[in-house]
Every structure is written in structure tokens, then in C-alpha cells.
Design a protein around this ligand. Sequence first.
Ligand code: NAD
Length: 293
Amino acid sequence: MKVGFIGLGIMGRPMAKNVMKAGHELAVFDFNKSAVEELAGLGAYGATNGKEVAERSEVVITMLPNSPHVKSALFSENGIAEGLSAGKTVIDMSSISPVASREFAAELEKVGVNFLDAPVSGGEPGAIAGTIAVMVGGKKEVFDKFYDLMMTMASSVTYVGEVGAGNITKLANQIIVAVNIAALSEAFTLAKKAGVDPNLVFEAIKGGLAGSTVMNQKAPKILSRDFNPGFRIELHIKDLQNALDTSHSIHSTLPLTSQVMEMMQALKIDGNEKDDHSALAKFYEKINNIKID
Ligand code: NAD
């Protein structure tokens, strides 16, 4: 299949490599020239803009930071939309606002182009290993057509409903992860202040009901104070903002999400926005005047 891939960052670069490894013909573009050159060195066509990628491809995958980046990649001058024609498909795998996904889908539908919102979880390790989880919204027949393509990057690809449902599912995921890391930091703070080694607390409880994938991945980072990303706080702030905006627009309220959002804002004010989201522990360290390690 002729596949386009736009956005070759922490996630997009390994995901694009996995699409190529599965034997698909790839055309790529990113503002970052060295990322394009790396993929071109592996056999991809290095394009100079999104339009060129779309002209050469039956389906274009985007993996960009947030809604404005996807909008610009799609609809700016020499963007993807200029190279699309009826029957082609865009699969946006970025984590963006579900409201924006629906707008983009409606705009592309006017010219006969299909759109799936297909955000992912699993982080950089999952992107490299080809084991990310993909949650997909859009027309079921379009999902079915590109299921195998998405599986070249993933260990699971799940249809969750009409367009926008993929990003609603991703926001649910991001709420659970954020609140979990905050709870982990809070619990380790209590242990440290009480004179109990947080490393032993982790060992003792990880096999019990409190144990989780979040705990297994993030506790070792907190306990060794390794805050290299991984998943940056600034991206998690973006996701929580999208969750709160979406929630307000449908008259629901997310009290825990708004609390963790304020913790992340405080970390950003202190210059920690490029840290991994496990650096939520730093917020607790600051207000309790301790070091959790
Ligand atoms: P990143 O910042 O590392 O990469 C984004 C890439 O997009 C950059 O290379 C940038 O140059 C490029 N870009 C931006 N605008 C562009 C445009 N208009 N045209 C072409 N290229 C453009 O981000 P990332 O960590 O790869 O995350 C991408 C998306 O995946 C985000 O929505 C993020 O929330 C989501 N995500 C990230 C992780 C993670 O662990 N990093 C996990 C799951 C989901």
C-alpha cells in the first residue's frame, strides 16, 4: 500500500519505521529535516511538504502534537488537503480534541476523503516495539479497510465508534494515567514522611490491588528521580485541557482531572514542562519539602 506519514517525532518516527518494515511504500514529511533524512535513508520517499506526501499516497497518517498542528498540516498552503482526492483516507493518530477531529472529518468529507481519528497509547517503548494500543473512531468500513495497516504498528486496534470517539477514549486513558501518577506520588510522600522506604512500599504493594501498569512503569522513574521523557508534562497538560474543554462543552465535570491539571501547571511554572509526567512527584516533593528516593 502507498502510505504517507507526517510527524516524525518521539512516536511518529518509530511508528513510520514499523509501517515500512511491514513492506508498505512510504512517503514522509516533518519540519525536522534530520527526521525525514533518517527515514529516507531507510528507503522512504522524503517529501518537502504535506501536499507532495498526499499526492503519492492512498492513505496519509498524521502523528502531530495537537489540534492546531493537525489543522495546519491538513489545510495550510501546500498542506495535505491540496494533494488529496476523492477516495483517499487520512488517519490522524495524534491525541487531539474530539471536537477538532469531527471538524476535520466534515471538511474532508466535502471532497470525498475519509477520516479516522486513531490516537494511541503505549508511549515510545510501545511505538518502537510495535505494541501500541490504537483506539479508532470513524466509519466502520474505513476502519476495516485499514485495520491491517494500523496493526503493523500495534498489538491492538479497537473500533470505538463514530469519528471523535477515538479521542474521547484517549482522553479517558489520559485522565486515568494522570490521576494514577498523582496518587502514586502522594502515597510515596506519605511513606517518606513516615520514615518508611518508598522502594519497599512499591515492592510490597505492586502485586496487590493497587498495582498497575502505570505503577510498574512510573514508580521506578520516581524512585530513581529519572524524569527524562517518555511522555512530557506539556503534552499531558494539552490532553487534560482537551479533556476539561470537552467535558465542559457537554456539561460534565471532572474534579480530579482539574486538580492534577493545576499540579502540572505549577510544574510548568517551575520550568519542568519538558520532564516526563512522572515528575508530578516533584510537585509533592516541593510542597512537603522532601525528596522521594
Ligand atoms: P513530538 O513533539 O516528539 O513530535 C511531533 C512532530 O511533529 C515533530 O517532529 C514536529 O516537527 C512535527 N510537526 C509539528 N507540526 C508539523 C506540521 N504541521 N507538519 C509536519 N510536521 C510537524 O510528539 P510525540 O511525542 O511524537 O507525540 C505526537 C502525538 O502522540 C501527540 O499528540 C502526543 O500527545 C501523542 N502521544 C505521545 C506519546 C508519548 O509517549 N510521547 C504517547 C502516546 C501518544
